[in-house]
Ligand binder design. Structure first.
Ligand code: TYD
Length: 213
């Protein structure tokens, strides 16, 4: 049986995760792989409701409540979408996962990043992706991209620039702590260059699965 793959895309807002996820989805589809394209928050029906709270609720959401909402979204998503797809040997391409919780909820400086990670791991029964691509970009460049795209701001995109600097630093620290899982790319490069780097990493993963089977 062909080996499945679970790959997540991480990085600040405006770093090009969705573009890269789409390019990878097209490439794997052309190879006849069954691909599930999904995201957090909001990869399930329950998750869509949670996404609406965490991104669009206008009043204050207490930091622990927010962390639990992302974790609840994650629990439902892993249990009902990701894990079943992996058991079927399919490819799961996902925008954001628990590294986003550690980077964003940890960057608020109220919650301990280690606790946020433990909470997510509990929610997901310890599940970690095979590959995580970190698209790293100066938040000022990312801001310019978002402004050019004229996207409506959600709650987190509207945070101050030091917050986004802390998010970036946290992502880089997560990647440095787990180099086997992470592929860190300079997201200022052209989309095609980034896509080729992602494809190389994915091809290497499949080759290593074939070698060990
Ligand atoms: P995203 O879906 O990337 O936004 P968009 O659809 O605008 O591209 O992410 C939404 C926001 O959610 C993003 O600012 C980061 C935040 N987030 C967290 O704070 N914690 C989390 O665990 C996750 C998954 C996302």
């Amino acid at each position: 049986m062909t080996e499945g793959l679970w790959i997540t895309f991480e990085g600040g807002d405006g770093t090009g995760k969705t573009t890269q996820a789409t390019l990878l989805e097209t490439w794997l589809g052309e190879q006849g792989r069954t691909v599930i394209r999904t995201r957090e928050p909001g990869g399930t029906e329950v998750g869509v409701l949670i996404r609406d709270i965490v991104l669009h609720h206008r009043g204050e959401v207490a930091p622990r409540a927010e962390a639990l909402l992302y974790a609840a979204d994650r629990a439902q998503h892993v249990a009902t979408v990701v894990r079943p797809a992996r058991e079927r040997g399919e490819v799961v391409i996902q925008d954001r996962y628990l590294d986003s919780s550690v980077a964003y909820q940890g960057a608020g400086r109220v919650l301990d990043a280690g606790e946020v990670r433990e909470l997510s791991l509990w929610a997901a029964e310890g599940a970690l992706p095979d590959i995580t691509v970190l698209l790293d970009l100066d938040p000022a460049d990312a801001r310019r991209r978002l402004d050019a795209a004229d996207k409506p701001f959600d709650r987190l995109e509207a945070e101050k620039s030091e917050f986004h600097e802390r998010v970036r630093t946290a992502f880089l620290a997560l990647a440095a702590a787990d180099p086997a899982r992470f592929l860190v790319l300079d997201a200022a490069q052209p989309a095609d260059t980034l896509a080729a780097a992602v494809r190389n990493r994915v091809a290497a993963f499949f080759a290593s699965c074939d070698a060990s089977s």
